[in-house]
Design a protein around this ligand. Structure first.
Ligand SMILES: C[S@@+](CC[C@H](N)C(=O)[O-])C[C@H]1O[C@@H](n2cnc3c(N)ncnc32)[C@H](O)[C@@H]1O
Length: 194
């Protein structure tokens, strides 16, 4: 990741701390863990939530079979611009995951096999967490995967604990990873199945 992208990340955090939720992009180590958890043999369509400057996007593009349909949904227009420059072939949808159904439909997608999320759930209100998970259920197929990470310190926050309880209500299966220390701050991730 070049310094210019780090600078953009930090300045976007300063302007929108709650939406960005982190001071630096995810490490390639964390991105690899997340993307390896995707059941690629049964994934024809994958959506990334909150790609930021593309740390996880890069790993998805390296791993996904060439015929996979891939959409990235990013609320920040500055990050969307970075992504379009960095990955010219990627379909970057500028908007909120709250609108995931209509954003997918605009690309001819009605059902999604896997969602890899970079959203900062522990920074979101109860209402936003519910709205984004409800929206997810409108597109994720039964048996589909929802993979998302959090920072270890987020588990101490009421919003982080609330999110964990919500996952258990929304998904048939919720697996919690071991800590991923090679990330700033250290992280962990959830692998959920609908
Ligand atoms: C913690 S950063 C993660 C960035 C990147 N995935 C990474 O791991 O380095 C959170 C990202 O989610 C985006 N975001 C926050 N709320 C969003 C929403 N409602 N819809 C889409 N993207 C959102 C932010 O703009 C930011 O890019």
């Amino acid at each position: 990741m070049i310094t210019r992208e780090y600078t953009k990340f930090i300045s976007e955090f300063v302007c929108h701390p709650k939406a960005v939720g982190a001071l630096s992009p995810s490490s390639s180590h964390l991105a690899r863990h997340l993307v390896r958890s995707v059941d690629w043999a049964h994934t024809a369509t994958v959506v990334e939530y909150g790609p930021g400057t593309g740390a996880i996007t890069e790993e998805i593009l390296q791993r996904m079979p060439p015929e996979t349909m891939f959409l990235a949904i990013e609320i920040s227009s500055r990050f969307a611009e970075v992504l379009r420059t960095r990955f010219p072939g990627v379909r970057v949808c500028e908007g909120s995951v709250r609108m995931v159904k209509s954003l997918c439909e605009a690309h001819g997608v009605s059902q999604v096999d896997a969602i890899v999320s970079g959203l900062p759930w522990a920074a979101f209100s109860d209402e936003d967490q519910t709205a984004y998970l409800d929206a997810t259920m409108q597109v994720l197929r039964p048996g589909g995967q929802f993979i998302t990470f959090g920072y270890l310190q987020g588990l101490l926050l009421p919003a982080g604990r609330r999110f964990r309880r919500k996952l258990n209500r929304y998904f048939a299966e919720v697996r919690v990873s071991k800590p991923v220390w090679a990330n700033l701050p250290p992280a962990f991730f959830y692998t959920c199945r609908r």
